[in-house]
Design a protein around this ligand. Structure first.
Ligand SMILES: Nc1ncnc2c1ncn2[C@@H]1O[C@H](COP(=O)(O)OP(=O)(O)OP(=O)(O)O)[C@@H](O)[C@H]1O
Ligand code: SF4
Ligand SMILES: [Mg+2]
Length: 365
């Protein structure tokens, strides 16, 4: 990263997101807090269902089912570092009434919608969530550039379409249902880039695309990343593939069972010495570095009735097994606190292994 001064861009405090289902309440995001600064390219990794998409789409207020965001505060900081509270819902120890909950776009403030339109963009896993079914490609670009339908609009849009391998000539007057799934995904990426947002969230951006397009998009991403490091912006890259993201990000956020279990500068994840990392991160890295051929044993626990204590315990957590006498009781009964094992506030880990000597003098909050 360059020497540019980093500024806070977005802050999430105690975010809780639940969904109703016939089987019970799905606890999709369980009280997460973090902030993102300009110049950061953050990789968000974790197994399927760990809450990556729900956490990040909350930054746009984009939660599709009731009850949605149950509590938490999300604050956006503009270029002059002025805070703008996008969502603030207090739990107050009791469930929110229907009128207090965020269900959909309808409940969001005008300010939030304006900031979302101008400053924060998400490339979704499913293009359907982004593209308007009754708008042509031209109309999609028209709303971004706020321009009339004319040659200038066509010329402005052309580079963004060509970057993702789409021919403007062929698709300019077509609707999303005229295009294949892969073409819609590419269209969504080109629209997101055309918006030129301060915060770009890319959710499994290249999944399902052919190799040539993946290469083109990775090249384009390198340019964006260089810009992000120099300028007043940030990128969040969500991926199952820790091997892909670790090469391009400068910060990593590891999610497990609706919680952020580790957050910190990417260089802390390259090391063979894994003492300071979360056991779940280590298990992911072991597979990635070929130190273990086995996938992590067992399944992510149910998000409807999660176990007490640490949800990683039943995945044959090595540390839990090896240090059962010392910390087993905590792992079984208490949600781990946040610890700062390197003494750096920028790196924290939620694991009881830091509770007992030799780590007990670590900062936790
Ligand atoms: N609209 C919804 N209604 C009900 N449950 C949902 C909804 N969206 C997500 N969930 C549930 O919330 C939990 C977190 O989902 P999320 O999509 O954030 O996971 P993810 O980490 O992005 O997974 P993946 O890697 O498969 O994309 C899961 O249990 C999921 O089934
Ligand atoms: S809190 Fe306990 S069970 Fe959870 S990851 Fe740490 S050692 Fe393992
Ligand atoms: Mg997802």
């Amino acid at each position: 990263m360059t020497d540019t001064i980093q500024k806070k861009l977005i802050e999430v405090q105690n975010l809780v997101v639940n969904f109703d289902s016939n089987e019970g309440t799905i606890q999709a995001v369980r009280d997460v807090s973090f902030y993102i600064r300009t110049g950061e390219i953050i990789g968000v990794v974790g197994e399927s269902g760990s809450g990556k998409t729900v956490t990040t789409s909350s930054l746009l207020g984009w939660i599709s089912n009731a009850p949605g965001i149950v509590s938490g505060k999300i604050t956006y900081y503009d270029e002059d570092e002025n805070p703008h509270v996008l969502i603030e819902q207090k739990a107050n120890g009791k469930p929110l009434s229907l009128s207090e909950r965020v269900f959909s776009d309808f409940d969001l403030t005008k300010k939030f919608k304006k900031i979302r339109q101008d400053e924060i963009t998400m490339i979704f896993q499913e293009p359907k969530r982004y593209l308007h079914p009754y708008w042509t490609v031209e109309k999609h670009f028209q709303t971004i550039f706020n321009d009339k339908r004319n040659h200038e609009l066509y010329h402005k849009s052309t580079p963004f379409l060509e970057t993702v391998g789409l021919s403007p000539k062929k698709i300019w007057t077509l609707y999303p249902h005229n295009l294949s799934g892969g073409m819609n995904q590419r269209l969504m990426i080109s629209l997101a880039l055309a918006r030129n947002p301060r915060l770009l969230i890319a959710d499994e951006m290249t999944t399902g695309l052919d190799v040539t397009t993946q290469v083109k998009i990775s090249d384009m991403l390198s340019t964006l990343i260089a810009d992000a490091e120099d300028e007043n912006r940030a990128i969040i890259m969500i991926s199952h593939d820790i091997a892909f993201v670790i090469k391009i990000v400068n910060v990593l956020m590891v999610m497990y069972a609706g919680d952020i279990v580790e957050f910190g500068p990417a260089h802390l994840f390259y090391d063979e010495d894994q003492e300071d990392n979360h056991p779940y991160t280590n298990a992911l890295l072991d597979v990635f570095y070929g130190r273990s051929k086995e996938a992590i044993e067992g399944d992510v626990p149910s998000s409807i009735d999660p176990p007490a204590g640490c949800p990683f315990r039943d995945r044959k957590c090595k540390v839990y097994e090896e240090r059962h006498e010392e910390i087993g009781h905590f792992c079984e009964n208490e949600r781990p606190d946040k610890y700062f094992p390197n003494g750096e506030r920028g790196h924290w880990v939620r694991c009881h292994k830091f509770k007992i000597e030799p780590w007990s003098d670590l900062v936790s909050d």
